[in-house]
Design a protein. Structure first.
Length: 147
């Protein structure tokens, strides 16, 4: 590749990158300052995130981070709470036979009147489309192609 650092655009007076497509040369312009600042801020945020939250896997565990936050600990707490709520019912369900479970009225199916199939349906016109929402005919269209 040839060195294009000494090449300048005659209209703008800026240096070019040396890339040219169909006679159009690419100017060597800087990125906007706001974009560069946002880019550097994302790098700083990522480093901070790695330090504060657990991020790096180790051989048998992971880094705990400065906050000591763990989603696994949150899940363990939620499962323990669920076990407290469901504990007695789950133990009774585990000890019950299948026949006892079938006899329990809480497990019986809903009556047919409560099923979705038995729900009344709204009435519709015979054509299937309400006259107030009918589409105009094609002949009434004012946008015809002209030759």
């Amino acid at each position: 590749m040839t060195d294009h650092h000494g090449e300048f655009d005659s209209v703008t007076g800026r240096s070019t990158t040396g890339h040219e497509w169909d006679g159009i040369k690419e100017l060597n312009t800087l990125l906007p300052r706001w974009w560069v600042i946002c880019f550097y801020l994302t790098i700083v945020w990522a480093i901070g995130y790695w330090i504060v939250y657990p991020a790096w896997p180790l051989i048998s565990s992971n880094t705990t981070g400065l906050f000591g936050y763990s989603t696994r600990a949150d899940v363990a707490v939620e499962l323990a709470n669920l076990e407290k709520i469901r504990g007695a019912k789950m133990a009774a369900l585990g000890a019950a036979s299948l026949a006892d479970i079938e006899k329990d009225p809480a497990n019986s199916p809903r009556p047919a009147s409560a099923s979705i199939a038995a729900m009344p349906r709204p009435s519709r016109p015979a054509s299937g489309i309400s006259s107030s929402r009918a589409m105009p005919r094609a002949s009434a269209c004012s946008c015809r192609a002209t030759a």
